[in-house]
Design a binder for this molecule. Structure first.
Ligand code: SF4
Ligand code: SF4
Length: 180
C-alpha cells in the first residue's frame, strides 16, 4: 500500500467504524500475541471461557468513529482489512466511491436501529445482530397488532439489505476450500 493509499484508507475508517461499532462483528477474538489483561486495563470489554478470550462489540474504545487505543489495539484489529480497503489498495475503487458506499451503509445500519426502537426494543448496547435476533425471537400476530407487524416487516427487510451489503462490500470473502 502506498502512503497516499494508506492515508486514504485511514480517512475511510474515520468515516466508517462499522467493524468496531457492533454492526459488522459481535466479538473480536484474542490472539496469542494479545495480552487480555493489558487490553482490559485499557477499558476494552474482555471476556473469556477457559483460555478462549474475546472482546465484546461494540468496542468500548471507539469514540466518534476513532479508535482511542490505536497503538495498542488487538491483533485482529490490526490485521482486519475490509473489502473497501482491499479494493482501494488494488485500485479497483477510489476514495470517493468508498466514502459514498460507507455513508450509505451507515444509513442502512441506522435505519435498522431506528426500526428496532420503533418496534419497542430498548437500546442495550448489544451488537446489532444480537438486538435483531432478540427482538425477532418473539412473534407478532398481524391480526392483533397490525402496525407492529408492519414495522417488523420493514425491520426484517432493512436487516436483510444491510446483511447483503456487509457481505458484498465489507466482510472478507470466505476462504476457498480445496475439493477433496
Ligand atoms: S469496515 Fe473497513 S472502512 Fe470501515 S472502519 Fe472497518 S476497516 Fe475501516
Ligand atoms: S480496539 Fe480499536 S480497532 Fe479494535 S475494535 Fe476497538 S475501536 Fe476498533
Amino acid at each position: 500500500m502506498t502512503s497516499d493509499t494508506a492515508a486514504a484508507a485511514s480517512r475511510l475508517c474515520l468515516a466508517c467504524g462499522l467493524c468496531c461499532d457492533g454492526t459488522l462483528f459481535q466479538i473480536v477474538r484474542m490472539q496469542p500475541e494479545d495480552s487480555p489483561d493489558q487490553l482490559a486495563a485499557l477499558g476494552l470489554r474482555i471476556r473469556h471461557r477457559g483460555t478462549d478470550y474475546w472482546m465484546e462489540q461494540p468496542c468500548a474504545a471507539l469514540e466518534r468513529l476513532c479508535c482511542t487505543v490505536y497503538d495498542q489495539r488487538p491483533v485482529r484489529c490490526r490485521k482486519f482489512h475490509c473489502q473497501q480497503l482491499a479494493r482501494l489498495a488494488a485500485g479497483e475503487i477510489d476514495e470517493g466511491d468508498a466514502l459514498v458506499l460507507i455513508a450509505d451503509t451507515r444509513r442502512l445500519a441506522d435505519r435498522v436501529r431506528q426500526l428496532l426502537a420503533q418496534s419497542g426494543y430498548r437500546e442495550d448496547g448489544a451488537p446489532l445482530q444480537e438486538q435483531f435476533d432478540r427482538l425477532t425471537s418473539t412473534r407478532i400476530d398481524p391480526q392483533l397488532e397490525p402496525e407492529l407487524a408492519e414495522t417488523r416487516h420493514h425491520l426484517e427487510t432493512a436487516m436483510r439489505e444491510l446483511k447483503l451489503r456487509l457481505a458484498r462490500d465489507f466482510l472478507p470473502p470466505p476462504p476457498v476450500r480445496d475439493e477433496a
